[in-house]
Design a protein around this ligand. Structure first.
Ligand code: SF4
Length: 164
């Protein structure tokens, strides 16, 4: 398994500067209220189905078997970070494949009644490998990537750090 954590894959699809800040353990204040809302939605909707498993740095929300196929599910509270969530789930599948387990991913957004299927293809694997290489390069730098405004800056936990 690569030493790149799923969290860094998530942030890579938001902002490279955030990848650097996270990897260098410059931690912003946690938004406890938002985290709490996420947790409540998660628990209320999936209480009975939930079977969370942890494998190294991977923490998967749901594992189930359908018609012999292994399904890994991730539950999110909105589709605001859909690309990050999809790529993080793809990274779980990628790591499982490397230890001989084939699985399909399902990204579940109960509040929006959405289910997005994620399947590992050659293209997706190549994209993940490029992301892993890029993340390693970003982390290896002594200083964070230059400031570039993104659509996520407004609600980013590093907003004060970056823009004050
Ligand atoms: S505030 Fe903007 S530039 Fe700074 S880490 Fe967050 S998303 Fe990146």
């Amino acid at each position: 398994m690569s030493q790149i954590t799923p969290t860094l894959i998530w942030y890579y699809y938001i902002c490279p500067r955030e990848v650097w800040l996270m990897a260098h353990e410059i931690n912003p204040e946690q938004d406890n209220q938002l985290m709490e809302i996420g947790r409540l939605i998660h628990e209320a909707t999936y209480k009975r189905a939930k079977k969370e498993i942890t494998m190294g740095s991977m923490k998967v929300d749901l594992i189930k078997r359908e018609n012999g196929e292994l399904i890994v599910g991730e539950i999110k509270k909105s589709s605001r970070f859909e690309q990050s969530a999809k790529m993080q789930l793809a990274y779980y599948l990628y790591n499982l494949k490397r230890i001989g387990i084939d699985a399909r991913g399902e990204l579940l957004i109960p509040k929006e009644k959405k289910k997005i299927v994620v399947e590992l293809s050659e293209e997706l694997e190549a994209e993940l490998e490029k992301a892993i290489t890029d993340i390693k390069k970003i982390i290896a730098k002594e200083t964070p990537p230059a400031l570039v405004k993104t659509k996520y800056c407004g609600k980013c936990a590093y907003s004060d750090f970056c823009w004050s």
